[in-house]
Design a protein around this ligand. Structure first.
Ligand code: ADP
Length: 894
């Protein structure tokens, strides 16, 4: 048979018979090989006749003979050779034979093909059966896997249900927790509200006490004996102590509620030791007690923590030790601590190294049963005899909270009655932030290295230039500093340039209570071509400004003695200092207020070096530029000229334009220091012009004075006020006032003005002219306060109408419509100050009446609330007399 797949193709002789008995079956023959091969190629029969006698023999059982002929026949099916058949015969093949054979080969071809097809089908069948078997077994396997999967799914569903149940439980627990947290938040809100109210209640009587005592001590009528003056001073200082206590309480609650920030910096142990020495050596000497400070020699140079807070605790412990010791000695030991703190303490156990501050005394000691409670607020070991030693019982409570804040611990190590006490403060050498009680990490600020100096008070010994730039600069805590630390002792030794001033120097006065930051500004000012005066105190800054006449001032808001805003007010109120450009630098972010009060600019803290550098650049540019530029927008020719006449002279160059469009062009063309705007313009309403200006960031801090004779409608006023968020607006209705306001914003030195203009300004600022004869309605439920305030106001020749309730105030107003201003206490019985103010504003006759609110200022937002209720201004209690008068002057001028 021909195997077509093989190459070269071969023929397989299916059946044949050779006479010599050779079995030719399965003998392979190549195509073309021999006659059979030739036949396969040619597909034609080959007839061999007259064969040689020895070619082949046909044999049977009985005999044999040589055949005569051989015929080789191709077996073809559909043109393909399937096999070749060879037949031998003794006779000749007749034509009939040949025809028969030909037909036979055809049939054989068909049969062969069928056989072949059949065997292939069989093969395929076998294959497919094999596959089916395999499939079956796989199916079985699959089924098994399926069953397993089903089992697993069931298990999973079970687990799911379990998880769901757990989830529900967790959710419930979470909700319960949330509720608790809400309750807690509410409680803490109530607490801080309570504290705020309480501090108000305490400040109210304090107000009169402080004012009157101060007035007595001043002895204006000259009729008090020195002893009486001394009494008055004592009353005043006791009042101050009380104020301190109130601040302590607020401090404690702020620390407890986690709203106090930690300022981390490098604190040197040598510095601490010097600080303690400075503060307590004289106490020891005056009490005849021994006093030793031991700094363990194996300690490193310093540690990373909040210097002020650390000092506060040490100072409190030492103050107690001295207070409760009559004989013997007090010791402060600073050492590397290995144990001693509570084993379960969250951070100390894990800190790489811990520093111990041990304060020991040989004093009265503390009984065992009191050793726990002394850490609670207002608890003293010997309740009854506490008067003997003084104190409030808050010191240790605050100290313990602070040690928590510093992720340390304060412990009473040992104490026994009559044998003295040892308190130990443990603090990690490197501050580790911990979650506070409310599960929030306390706010942490990293001070520039070198901030360690703030612990010692002495300027850092390192040369100025090697100090790295402090970025970010520290943020002051928003809370009033705890008064146990008298910051003035820390700070006033700063050696600035005051002894090195020469005529023609550019001098900047830096008012800043953060030592490290002040030092940084001091160095920066040198870099920027200034000499610098530095102080941490508001009061001192006023005196320095008046005396040394600096060319510029940078002013912090949180100062230990006077609020920075008050300082700004005073500076801007005093003709001698009014022209000095002031740049506010503070964490309290109120740029609009700063600009409105006449500051040149505002920078929020913390700030980077670049921003701070820019402040000095701006100040320098301003100081060096002699000529200030004013833009007046006024369409009335005559008015325009009279304004230019009024304002303009040598140091101011005034550009006058008569339309909004021209104003916009002028502002785009050149820089102006101030703009005066009439609201009635021919081309576009003043308000619209303002709106367009508001959109330009470079004009954000351009002071704009609205100068208009026209009574503004409520709507116009609101619109103007809205604008006030980005543009400084002052509405001014008289030329004198305009001169004054432009002088303020152009920072003109009154001393350089012509005499008659100086006179105008002086009249404007001379209080008595302005205040004398004015009628003031004073609303306060505390008679002592009414008495105290009345005496101050009467000294300035004002008439006072007192009212003790809101109702009284409304009655009085109706009967005395000629009242010039109202001083309104906010905490009033029945109808409070907000409500009373609102009702006054509802009476059309009093919609413009100046109302100055008096509040405790304990809560943020008091100011906003007062202004919302309709108050014109606001002043904090206890009232600062000077500030009250200056406020009245501003409002009575209108
Ligand atoms: P204060 O000292 O203002 O009363 P503290 O909270 O600082 O408040 O202290 C609470 C109480 O702990 C003190 O009144 C005193 O009874 C006790 N105490 C604190 N320190 C000492 C000490 N070194 N020796 C004896 N008693 C002390």
């Amino acid at each position: 048979m021909l195997d077509a797949d093989q190459d070269p193709p071969r023929l397989t002789l299916l059946a044949g018979y050779a006479s010599d008995g050779r079995d030719t079956e399965n003998k392979q023959i190549r195509l073309g090989q021999g006659i059979v091969g030739q036949c396969a190629i040619e597909k034609e029969k080959i007839l061999l006749e007259n064969l040689p006698p020895d070619y082949i023999r046909i044999a049977s059982g009985l005999g044999e003979a040589t055949p005569l002929n051989i015929i080789v026949l191709p077996i073809v099916f559909e043109g393909e050779v399937k096999a070749v058949m060879e037949l031998a015969s003794f006779d000749r093949f007749t034509t009939t034979h040949l025809a028969f054979l030909e037909q036979l080969t055809e049939s054989i071809g068909i049969v062969l093909n069928t056989i072949e097809a059949n065997s292939r089908t069989e093969e395929l069948l076998e294959q497919s059966q094999g596959l089916a078997r395999e499939l079956q077994s796989q199916q079985e396997e699959l089924q098994q896997t399926n069953e397993e999967l089903e089992e697993k799914a069931r298990l999973l569903a079970d687990q799911n249900q379990e998880v769901e149940r757990k989830n529900k439980e967790v959710e419930q627990a979470r909700r319960a927790l949330e509720e608790k947290a809400e309750q807690l938040a509410l409680t803490s809100k109530y607490k801080s509200e309570f504290l705020a109210n309480m501090s108000h209640e305490l400040r109210t009587p304090l107000n009169s006490l402080l004012i009157l005592a101060n007035q007595l001590a001043e002895n204006p009528d000259g009729n008090l004996s020195p002893r009486q003056i001394e009494f008055a001073r004592t009353i005043h200082s006791s009042g101050h102590d009380l104020l301190t206590l109130i601040n302590d309480i607020l401090d404690l609650s702020k620390i407890e509620s986690g709203t106090v920030s930690v300022e981390v910096g490098e604190v040197g142990f040598q510095d601490i030791s010097e600080y303690v020495e400075r503060n307590f050596r004289h106490v020891a000497e005056s009490r005849n007690l021994g006093f030793t400070i031991e700094v363990d020699p194996s300690l490193p140079r310093g540690m990373q923590t909040d210097a002020k807070r650390l000092q506060q605790v040490i100072k409190n412990l030492l103050a107690n030790a001295f207070k409760f010791t009559e004989q013997g000695s007090v010791t402060l030991r600073i050492f590397p601590a290995l144990t001693g703190w509570s084993p379960e303490h969250p951070t100390l156990g894990r800190a790489r190294s811990v520093i111990g501050f041990a304060v020991s005394d040989t004093g009265i000691g503390i009984a065992a049963d009191k050793q726990q409670i002394i850490f609670e607020a207002f608890q003293q070991a010997m309740g009854g005899t506490a008067r003997k030693y003084g104190g409030t019982g808050l010191g240790l409570a605050i100290s313990r909270e602070i040690s928590r804040l510093l992720s340390g611990e304060l412990k009473l190590q040992k104490s026994a009655p009559g044998q003295g006490s040892t308190f130990v403060l443990y603090v990690p050498q490197n501050f580790v932030p911990v979650k506070s009680r409310r599960d929030e990490a306390p706010k942490v600020t990293v001070l520039p290295s070198g901030g360690s100096a703030s612990a010692s008070g002495a300027p850092a010994p390192a040369p100025v230039s090697t100090r790295p730039a402090p970025a970010p600069v520290s943020a002051r805590p928003v809370v009033p500093g705890h008064s146990l630390v008298d910051e003035s002792t820390v700070y006033d030794e700063f050696i600035d340039d005051r002894d090195r001033l020469a005529p023609g120097d550019r001098v900047v006065l830096v008012v800043e209570d953060d030592f490290a930051f002040a030092r940084y500004l001091y160095e920066l000012s040198h870099e920027k071509g200034f000499k610098a005066l530095v102080t941490s105190r508001g009061a001192a800054s006023l005196a320095l400004a008046r005396e040394l006449k600096p060319s510029a001032i940078t002013l912090d808001i949180s100062l230990p003695d006077v609020d920075g805003w008050r300082v700004l007010d005073r500076l801007k109120d005093d003709p001698a200092t009014r022209h000095i450009p002031v740049f506010m630098i503070s964490v309290a972010d109120e740029p609009e207020r700063a600009l409105q009060q006449g500051a040149l600019g505002f920078q929020s803290k913390p700030a980077d070096k670049e921003a701070l550098g820019k402040i000095f650049d701006q100040l320098r540019e301003f100081v060096d530029r002699r000529l200030k530029k004013l833009l007046v927008v006024e369409d009335d020719e005559v008015q325009l000229h009279s304004i230019i006449e009024l304002v303009g002279n040598g140091d101011v160059s005034t550009v006058g334009v008569s339309s909004g469009r021209e104003a916009l062009e002028a502002l785009a063309r050149e820089h102006f220091d101030c703009m005066v705007l009439d609201l009635l313009l021919p081309d576009l309403p003043g308000l619209e012009l303002l709106e367009q200006l508001k959109k330009q960031p470079q004009l954000r801090s351009l002071p704009i004075i609205v100068y208009t004779g026209k009574d503004l409608s409520k709507k116009e006023e609101t619109a103007l006020k809205k604008m006030a968020q980005t543009i400084i607006l002052k509405d001014v209705r008289s030329p004198e006032r305009l001169l004054d306001e432009t002088a303020l914003f152009l920072h003109r030195n009154a001393a350089n003005l012509p005499a008659h203009k100086r006179q105008i300004l002086e009249n404007l600022h001379r209080s008595d002219v302005l205040l004398a004869g004015k009628k003031i309605l004073l609303v306060d439920d505390d008679v002592r306060n009414i008495f105290a305030m009345t005496s101050v106001l009467e000294r300035h020749k004002m008439d006072v109408l007192p009212a003790e309730t809101g109702m009284d105030a409304l009655d009085l107003l109706e009967k005395n419509p000629q009242v010039d201003a109202v001083l309104m206490d906010i905490m009033l019985p029945e109808m409070d100050g907000y409500e009373t103010t609102r009702r006054i504003r509802q009476m059309p006759a009093f919609k413009d009446l100046p109302i100055i609110a008096l509040t405790a200022k304990a809560m943020k937002g008091d100011r906003e609330k007062c202004l919302e209720a309709g108050a014109s201004d606001y002043i904090a209690k206890p009232v600062d007399t000077e500030q009250l008068l200056s406020l009245l002057r501003v409002w009575l001028y209108r």
